[in-house]
Design a protein around this ligand. Structure first.
Ligand SMILES: Cc1cc2nc3c(=O)[nH]c(=O)nc-3n(C[C@H](O)[C@H](O)[C@H](O)COP(=O)(O)OP(=O)(O)OC[C@H]3O[C@@H](n4cnc5c(N)ncnc54)[C@H](O)[C@@H]3O)c2cc1C
Length: 388
């Protein structure tokens, strides 16, 4: 089943979302605060996500996955992110690796890796960023030099989600550092942890706790040519950007969940907290905030569903996914800030959940292309679609 043009029976989708909702309420809500504050790896939650099939959510059934359409996957991410955005990163980054293998890999690579990724037996992520190159991906320095029937890789990646706990990564390198244009010298490998691959350190962060972000060091790391995605050098940049539509729908979905979560916390609090003899939700200043928050959350959801529907129809949707990612991540940040203000002094307390959402929200404005870049991408696409 191709990655696009997938459908799901509405009843089946409802049952799946219902199961996710019940799991979040029963298993996630009670533990999130402790795990987040301790920045502890949620081993049991990961096992449960494996049982729910989330590590294979977008992998085709022929390789053992659920083969969900982007619209269903997006709704799952939204639901979980309402309570714990960070935990969705554990399967989302992993599914980016799977996407690259399924979309660009050889049949041999698909058969070798996808079934193990679908069950979560092997978990992984996407390793693009380096200490000196994030937005400017073509500026990476990691090299892969031919050696016998394989390659030797040297260099450092940073900020890699699942870097410490994961087993295998889609690794962007330069196979021809002198190439001009630069992107023609870039290639992508499937890189499992083995000799020559070490985790430099786990990075300390403002939020996005419990999921590990690691620095990955490659020191004379030897890898067979069979691990070159698609079997052809020079395709890495094209492959890295080829996963962005789904990646942006995923980040947008996290933003929607977080914007809705912040709204729910604010709405609940505003109905119980009283000042001047009435609940604060009866003060106009709070109503103005809630009115804007609910509108932002709704608009973010609609934009994200629009992008996911275009993806599912097999249409090019980089502009739609970019708009969804940009708007939903800003909605998450604004709603988290406003919700915190509605909580007054308690919003600043670690005993209330809103402080976590406030720390988690900014990441969505950075990941999968910063929102500065996103606006330029949207504008360029829009101009291209509307020539004079
Ligand atoms: C918690 C976390 C998890 C992450 N997970 C991963 C992961 O799993 N895999 C991975 O590969 N990476 C990951 N990243 C890295 C992330 O993708 C990068 O941080 C992001 O792409 C930005 O790159 P940078 O940090 O190098 O910023 P820079 O590229 O140095 O940008 C700095 C600032 O300049 C702006 N800017 C840059 N270029 C331009 C331009 N041409 N025009 C206008 N403004 C510009 C940017 O928008 C930004 O505001 C993660 C980051 C974080 C914080």
């Amino acid at each position: 089943m191709p990655l696009a043009n997938r459908t799901i029976d509405p009843v089946e989708e409802e049952q799946l979302l219902d199961a996710i909702d019940r799991w979040v309420v029963r298993e996630v809500q009670p533990i999130v605060k402790d795990y987040d504050h301790a920045d502890k790896w949620p081993a049991k939650t990961v096992e449960q996500m494996q049982d729910l099939g989330l590590f294979g959510a977008t992998i085709s059934p022929e390789y053992g996955g659920l083969g969900l359409p982007a619209s269903t996957y997006s709704k799952i991410v939204m639901r979980i992110s309402r309570d714990w955005m960070a935990v969705t990163g554990i399967f989302n980054s992993h599914l980016m690796l799977a996407l690259l293998i399924e979309k660009f890999g050889t049949e041999g690579q698909k058969l070798e890796w996808l079934p193990k990724l679908a069950t979560g037996e092997i978990r992984g992520g996407l390793a693009l960023t380096e200490p000196d190159a994030g937005t400017d991906l073509q500026g990476i320095r990691m090299t892969a030099r031919p050696d016998g029937n394989g390659y030797v890789i040297n260099g450092t990646k940073t900020w890699i989600s699942n870097g410490v706990e994961g087993h295998c990564f889609a690794l962007l390198v330069k196979t021809d550092p002198e190439a001009n244009p630069r992107h023609k010298g870039m290639s992508m490998f499937i890189a499992p942890k083995q000799e020559g691959f070490t985790v430099g350190r786990k990075l300390e962060k403002l939020g996005y706790k419990s999921i590990d972000s690691g620095e990955l060091v490659f020191d004379n790391y030897r890898i067979p040519a069979d691990n070159l995605i698609g079997g052809e050098e020079g395709q890495g940049f094209y492959q890295a950007t080829g996963g962005l539509e789904l990646g942006r729908i995923n980040v947008a979905s996290r933003g929607v969940g977080l914007a809705e979560g912040a709204l729910k916390l604010a709405t609940d609090y505003a109905q119980t907290r009283k000042t001047f003899g009435k609940p604060i939700c009866e003060h106009q200043a709070i109503q103005l905030k809630l009115g804007e928050m609910v509108t932002r959350a709704r608009a973010a959801r609609l934009l994200t569903m629009d992008a996911a529907a275009a993806f599912d129809r097999g249409e090019r949707c980089d502009m739609e996914a970019g708009m969804a990612k940009f708007f939903a991540s800003e909605a998450a940040l604004e709603n988290a800030t406003e919700s915190m203000r509605i909580h007054g002094g308690y919003g600043y307390s670690k005993e209330y959940d809103i402080e976590r959402l406030y720390r988690d929200a900014p990441l969505m404005c950075i990941g999968e292309g910063t929102n500065e870049m996103q606006r330029m991408i949207i504008a360029k696409q829009f101009i291209k679609r509307h020539p004079v």
